[in-house]
Structures are given as C-alpha cells and as structure tokens.
Design a binder for this molecule. Structure first.
Ligand code: KG4
Ligand code: ZN
Length: 335
C-alpha cells in the first residue's frame, strides 16, 4: 500500500511516499531554517507563507522521485496537529484539495505519533508495545505505546520542552537558531563537570519534567558573569548544560522503564539526534538488559516519511478524516 505523507507543522515543508508503512520511496524536505535564523526563532507568518509557496513543488517532487503516480497512491496522510496553526492549515488544506480531486482517502496524523513512527522506518522489526521518550522543540513526553494507534502519556513537561530548553539556553550563549544542534557540537569539546545545574523534581509526579528552572539557572549564571565583565567558557557551559538536560531526561526515562517493566525503549523527536542522549541511553539500556531504538539521524527532525508511516497504521485502523478536517495547534497524542 502506498501512502503519500504531507508535513507542514513548523518550518519544514515535507512530502514523502512510503510503501506499507516501512519502506521509504521518497522523502523531500524543504527547510526554511536559514530564513528563521535571522530572527532567532520561527516566525509563524513567514513559515505559513513559505509553505504556501513551495508545497505544490515539494509534493510533486516526492511523487516523481518515488516513481509512484498519484493514481497509484492509496491514501494521503497529513499532519493536522499539533504545531503552528497557520503552518498546519497550509498542509491540511493542500491535502484536502488533493484528496478530493484525486478521490483518495485522507488520513489525519498527529505530529508526535509521526515522530514515533520514524523508528518503524529505521527499525523494520520494531513493533509495539514499547516505551517511548518523545523529545522535540515543543514537547517532552514519556509514552506507553500499547499499539500503533493506542498510546498513553505517563510523563510530560510542565513548562518548556527539552528542545526549547536547549534552544533558549543556546541563544543566551550566542548560538544561532536552532541552538540545540550547535550546542550539541560545541559541548563535545567542553568539560561537562565545570558547572552544576539543578534537576528539578515535580512534586507527586516523578515522571514529569520541568525545564524552566534549569534554563533560568544558566541564563542567570551568564547575566551575573557579564555584570562582572567575566567571560564564561562557552564549551564548558554547553557541555555542563547538555549533561544536565540529558541526565534529567534519561533518569526519568529509565525510572519509567522500571515502573512499567518495559524492555523495549524508543526515542523520537528532534532532540533524539543529541549525541550525548544517544550515547548515554545506549549504555544505560545495555546495563539494564533492555533494547534501545533511536531513529536514523535523517529521520530525527521533521519529515513526511514518518507521517506517511504512521498514516499507514492509522489507515489500517480505519482512521479516515472527512472533508471537514481542521488543523489544531494543540491536541493530546492519545486521542
Ligand atoms: O522534532 P523537531 O525537529 O521539531 C518539532 O517538532 O519541534 O525538533 C526540533 C528541536 C529543536 O529544539 C532543536 O534544537 C532540537 O530539536 N535538536 C537538538 C538536536 N538536533 C535538533 N537538540 C539537541 N541536540 C541535537 N543534536
Ligand atoms: Zn517535530
């Protein structure tokens, strides 16, 4: 079965064709990141406009690169939530128009379910049930994936997401958007024990995260240093901060694995590209006799192959949208 996936939830216009949920035939991503860098973050209005300009070409390229004609596509899967509303609307409306004119079923895909599905592409043998840490620019969740379309959130952030915590601290350290990527590189040459940052506990919710205190502590440290005309060593600061964020994530994830007796641990979302997170989890899972799955680097960030992959499983479940499908800026992954 051939699924055409379309993704426009943030600053990547993406389309892909995936066979039977697992085999990527094409994966086209038009990134706007260089333009948003000028403003230090994604400008929603610009994102929507760029999606509108390039979406037809991106979908056409995905179809022609796959060698599958539109008439042979079985269904069109589109990210409808969560994300920037104006950005989502471009993809949803394009997908609706295409589905209507080509008389194809339209499948609504939750963006985070898509991130989880990137692991189905990278690991052909992976099947639910498993425990998943979803860490992106907008979300940090620990999720029990009972089946492809049955998911339960057992831990989540109370404020900033992990990616946001990286990006905001990185910006303060003078790195360009999205700072998480650059911080990860610079941190490789720093002393991760040079500074100590807090790892806040959320009362009564041991699997929940709170990143705002962590972020504020690095910002305060930098402000105090600049008031005294001191220059802090950025590689050491980046390495120590990355260690704090990563250990905070892995402590929660391994505790959740213990609490739920999960033997398969999966990581998804943009932050799953983080080198220290991947290294540390590899060691921790080996030590505890569990198996770790992380997406290949090319599927960590936003792409449409993951949307087509999840779309296949939603389609098998009969999850087909009507032509009234709307985009939602926020939506629970379990719905
Ligand atoms: O999943 P994603 O591409 O978009 C959203 O759905 O939000 O995630 C983007 C986030 C950004 O915050 C970015 O800084 C972060 O993922 N990110 C990283 C790395 N690569 C991307 N954070 C830490 N280390 C990385 N290597
Ligand atoms: Zn994403």
């Amino acid at each position: 079965m051939y699924i055409l996936g379309i993704e426009t939830s943030c600053d990547e216009t993406a389309a892909a064709v995936v066979k039977d949920g697992r085999q990527v035939l094409s994966n086209v991503v038009a990134s706007q990141v260089e333009e948003h860098k000028l403003y230090g973050g994604v400008v929603p209005e610009i994102a929507s406009r760029r999606h509108s300009e390039v979406i037809s070409q991106v979908v056409q390229s995905a179809l022609s690169e796959s060698g599958v004609a539109l008439s042979e596509i079985d269904a069109i899967a589109v990210t409808y939530a969560p994300g920037l509303i104006g950005a989502l609307l471009v993809g949803v409306n394009f997908a609706k128009g295409l589905a209507m004119s080509a008389e194809k079923p339209l499948i609504p895909v939750h963006h985070l379910r898509g991130h989880i599905a990137s692991n189905y592409i990278s690991h052909q043998e992976l099947k639910p049930p498993f425990l998943c840490l979803v860490v992106s620019g907008g979300h940090s969740h620990i999720i029990q994936v009972e089946d492809y379309t049955k998911l339960t959130v057992i831990g989540k952030t109370r404020d900033d997401a992990a990616g946001e915590a990286f990006d905001k601290a990185a910006r303060c350290m003078g790195m360009s958007y999205p700072g998480g990527v650059e911080m990860d590189k610079i941190a490789e040459d720093g002393d991760e024990n040079a500074f100590r940052f807090p790892r806040p506990k959320v009362d009564g919710a041991p699997l929940d995260f709170s990143f705002s205190g962590l972020k504020t502590s690095v910002i305060n440290l930098m402000h105090k240093a600049s008031q005294k005309n001191e220059n802090l060593p950025i590689p050491d600061l980046a390495a120590s901060y990355r260690k704090a964020v990563v250990e905070y994530l892995t402590d929660h994830f391994m505790l959740a694995a213990k609490m739920t007796s999960s033997s398969k641990l999966v990581v998804a979302g943009g932050v799953s590209a983080n080198r220290l997170l991947r290294r540390n989890l590899q060691v921790l899972t080996e030590q505890s006799g569990k198996k770790l799955y992380v997406p290949e680097l090319k599927y960590c960030g936003d792409n449409a192959a993951m949307i087509a992959s999840q779309g296949y499983y939603e389609f098998l479940e009969g999850n087909i949208a009507s032509m009234n499908l709307n985009a939602c800026a926020q939506r629970d992954i379990s719905l």
